[in-house]
Design a protein around this ligand. Sequence first.
Ligand SMILES: *Cc1c(COP(=O)(O)O)cnc(C)c1O
Length: 253
Amino acid sequence: MLRSLTRKLSTMSKEITRQAELFQHLAAVEESIVKECVAVGRPRTAVNLVAVSKYMPESDIQILYDAGHRDFGENYVQELVRKAGTLPGDIRWHFIGALQSNKCKVLAKIPNLSAVETVDSASKAQKLNDNRTDNDSILGIFLQINTSGEDQKSGLAWDATEEVLEVARAVTKFPRLQLRGLMTIGSFSESHAEGVNSDFDRLSKLATTLQTELGVPIGLSMGMSSDFLEAIRQGSTNVRVGRTIFGNRPVKT
Ligand SMILES: *Cc1c(COP(=O)(O)O)cnc(C)c1O
């Protein structure tokens, strides 16, 4: 009896500690976003906060969901399928990982997938569109742009304006997709340097060009734990924050 009570108490206290920790982190991120928005004269609603939950347990996501948070980002298709299958159906999932053609189908079948942020071709957009049904929400699409020119980064080249325009035009023609904007990860050095981030600047300029050509609003998915405030200063409409909310990720086994 005593032993099982002690065990239960210990589990409970761990759960409560984790809950407090996550609430505190989310509140701190929210507060800094609000302050930055005020400082640059943008409404808080202009910036969507995606909590990046890759490698993190369902229980963590449920805690933030219970606090009212709805947008979560995942990098791995299998992990996302598993989590989406057990967590509440009104979560807005964002897929932010490397997008392979052969994974588009299974991804598109997640009814409450809100956005795929890493589209880099019209053929992947087509696959996403074709595997969506009328019962699913309209799928938001961000085109991933390689703004730093680093080989290991995915995405369309930042200076290939015509190609980006072509893919963007294709996306606007698919009935089950909605073009939401452009996404970048940016280089480590830019994210840790003072002043204007040139990756964000390139993304923002490209978005302005697209907006003029296509006549639709083009959002900017940019900013992670190390640089989301600078990203908001430079016009981000969608920040993707992982470690600052969840703490360090466990090493993948
Ligand atoms: C992991 C990841 C994030 C979150 O990064 P943090 O540094 O943990 O905030 C954001 N965007 C993408 C594309 C990621 O892969």
